[in-house]
Each structure stands twice: as structure tokens, then as C-alpha cells.
Ligand binder design. Structure first.
Ligand code: F1P
Length: 352
């Protein structure tokens, strides 16, 4: 038995290296990717996964549609298995991008099988295991091999696979400048980690906090969902994720002085998102805001702000929010005497 959380901590801290490796692997496949794309006759792209990789699909689909103009949506793999023909009116004009850390999750393998039986046009995959059954069933594989993990909870695997989805989007949108900027992400994370200091531990070990809400809009909704899942898996804490303004429509009835509300702030929705956070503070919640630049948080500034200062465009930097929130979950787990490497009741892969 090693130290509690040793794998999780190592996997969180090695994200910059894993990201650099994923980008290198992407470079090697860029030509193949563009050729495959040019051969497709598509009406839509469907991103699918389970758990973390379903949330990753939500962010990926949003980014893909907004940058390429090709309609894209996300759904859990199981929904394709159960309701495939209702979800895909035109499988012959659909590309399925199946995302899975392990490449062995039964529902995702079954979703690919169902998609192919319905006459789906092509399957691409993003996975940490390029020889997995999922990779073997796919027409094109984007691998994040250096992001393989020993922990059950996904940390560097999630962010590395999300980075691959972003690179895929930039390449197919023909946005070479964006691809170039994505290469700055490993350095931006190193810089952010250096400035974070003790904040994740201080907040994570505050056990007066009983429940945590993550608010993120647009592509940050999938990121907020993933932060919620990490908090549950590692620290067995009641956590939920919402689109920021949705929080007023019922969920805020749960807010008390034992609540932490985390705002994953965007640029486009900043003023309205800040207003929600200010209202939740009025109701007694403790607030943590994540933003690119704290100086624009006016006229109201939350008590705790983490600034990315990445210099990247709005939708390129969302994955930088995650390592901060992964650390928070890790410290909270340790403070509760739990082992973040071994979440309650979970296995790394759900095999049916
Ligand atoms: C997906 C997943 C994880 C979750 C759990 C079970 O696995 O749902 O997100 O944390 O451990 O598996 P994968 O298909 O991405 O390998």
C-alpha cells in the first residue's frame, strides 16, 4: 500500500508533459486526419463517451460546432445503444467520435457497434490506449498515450483527450493560429501551478463546506460537469454542475453558509455570470471564481479568484480550470481520510 492519493497527485502534476505528448501525437496524424475528413460526406458529428468522457464530449461538441460550423452534439454512449435511431436521423451522414480513456468501456464499444449496424459513416476515437478494442474498431485514432493512469478518477487523461479534441477542431476548422496557440497550454499550466500556492489545499481542507456547485456555460459546462464528477469520486462530497444562470432556477435553494459555489467564468457571459456569483455570496455561499484576468471582475469581485493569465483565446483555455479543481478534490479527499486513488464503489472501467 502506497501513500493515499500518490497516483492521483502524480497524474495531476504531470499534466503539462502529458499535454505536450498528446500534441506531438496529434502532429503526426494531422495529414491523415485532414485526408479522412475530406473523404467524408457529413451532416453532423456525434461525440460520445461515458462518465468523464461523456462530459468531455459535451465540451468537444460545443467547440467543434462553433469553430467548424458543422452541427455537432454530445450524448452518453448508452443513449446510442438504447435510442440510436432516434438520436441519429441520418447515420449515413454522421461521424461518430467515440471518446474513452480505456478504450474498453462496454457501453462505448456497444455504441460503436450499434452506430455501424445503423449504417454510420465513420468512427474516429480519442483514447489513451491506441491498441484497445475501441481503437481497433475505429477508422482513425487520436492517442493520448502518455496520459494513461493508475488512478480510477480521470485527471491528466481527461485534459489530454480534451486537448486532442481541441486540436482536431482547430485542424478541421483550418485554424493554424489556434493550433499554434494550443501549444502554449503546457507552459500556461506550469505558470498557473506555480502561482496557485496553498489555495487548493486551504479550500479543500475546509470541511465547513458541505456541498459544492460548479457553474460553467458554453463549452465550460462540460468542464464544470467534470469538476463535479471529480469532487464526487475523490472526496465523496455532494456536488452538482449547472449552466450559470440556471442556478437561480431552483438549485440556489440549497445554498447556505456551508456551500462553495465555483464560477468557471467565460468572457462572453462574464457580467451575467458574476451577477449570479454575487447573489450566491449574498445568500451566504463561499465563492471561488476562475477567470482569465481578475482585473475585469468589476464592479463586484469575489473573495477568492484564480487567474489563468494564459493570453489564450476564450474557448482555448477552459481545460486550464481543471487542474485547480482536481487539486481541490484531492485535498478534500485527504482531509476526509479518503484515498483519492480509490473512489468508493468504482472501478476504472465499467464492463457489462
Ligand atoms: C469512463 C468512466 C470514468 C469513470 C469511472 C468509470 O471510462 O465512466 O469516467 O471515472 O471510473 O469509467 P472510459 O470509457 O473513459 O475509459
Amino acid at each position: 500500500m502506497g501513500t493515499k492519493g500518490q497516483h492521483t497527485l502524480a497524474e495531476i502534476t504531470t499534466q503539462p508533459e502529458a499535454w505536450a505528448d498528446a500534441l506531438q501525437a496529434f502532429e503526426a496524424r494531422q495529414d491523415e486526419l485532414k485526408k479522412s475528413w475530406a473523404c467524408l460526406r457529413l451532416q453532423r458529428v456525434l461525440f460520445a463517451g461515458c462518465g468523464s468522457t461523456h462530459y468531455l464530449s459535451q465540451t468537444a461538441a460545443f467547440l467543434f460546432q462553433s469553430l467548424t460550423g458543422v452541427p455537432a452534439r454530445a450524448c452518453p454512449s448508452s443513449e446510442i445503444v438504447l435510442f440510436g435511431s432516434q438520436i441519429m436521423p441520418d447515420p449515413g451522414r454522421t461521424l461518430l467520435v467515440a471518446i474513452s480513456r480505456s478504450g474498453t468501456t462496454t457501453e462505448t464499444l456497444n455504441a460503436v457497434e450499434r452506430f455501424c449496424r445503423l449504417g454510420g459513416q465513420a468512427v474516429w476515437t480519442i483514447t489513451c490506449y491506441p491498441n484497445s478494442p475501441l481503437a481497433q474498431a475505429a477508422d482513425l485514432v487520436l492517442p493520448a498515450q502518455a496520459a494513461q493512469e493508475q488512478s480510477v478518477a480521470q485527471t491528466r487523461s481527461f485534459t489530454s483527450m480534451l486537448l486532442l479534441a481541441q486540436a482536431l477542431t482547430a485542424a478541421l476548422a483550418g485554424d493554424a493560429a489556434m493550433l499554434e496557440r494550443l501549444r502554449r497550454l503546457p507552459g500556461a499550466l506550469n505558470d498557473l501551478s506555480g502561482r496557485l500556492g496553498d489555495l487548493p489545499r486551504q479550500l479543500g481542507t475546509n470541511l465547513d463546506i458541505e456541498r459544492i456547485y460548479f457553474l460553467g456555460g458554453g463549452p465550460l459546462y462540460g468542464v464544470a460537469n467534470e469538476a463535479m464528477l471529480k469532487t464526487k469520486e475523490m472526496s465523496l462530497t455532494h456536488a452538482e454542475a449547472y449552466h450559470p444562470l440556471e442556478f437561480r432556477h431552483g438549485p440556489m435553494s440549497m445554498v447556505s453558509e456551508h456551500t462553495l459555489v465555483v464560477g468557471l467564468l467565460s468572457d462572453s457571459g462574464l457580467a451575467e455570470e458574476l451577477r449570479v456569483l454575487a447573489e450566491m455570496q449574498q445568500l451566504g455561499a463561499c465563492i471561488l471564481a476562475l477567470a482569465e484576468d481578475g482585473s475585469v471582475l468589476t464592479p463586484w469581485r469575489p473573495e477568492t479568484v484564480v487567474e489563468l493569465r494564459s493570453g489564450l483565446e476564450e474557448w482555448e483555455r477552459g481545460l486550464l480550470y481543471l487542474p485547480v479543481l482536481q487539486r481541490l478534490a484531492y485535498h478534500r479527499a485527504l482531509a476526509k481520510g479518503l484515498d483519492p486513488d480509490r473512489p468508493n464503489n468504482l472501478t476504472a472501467v465499467v464492463t457489462l
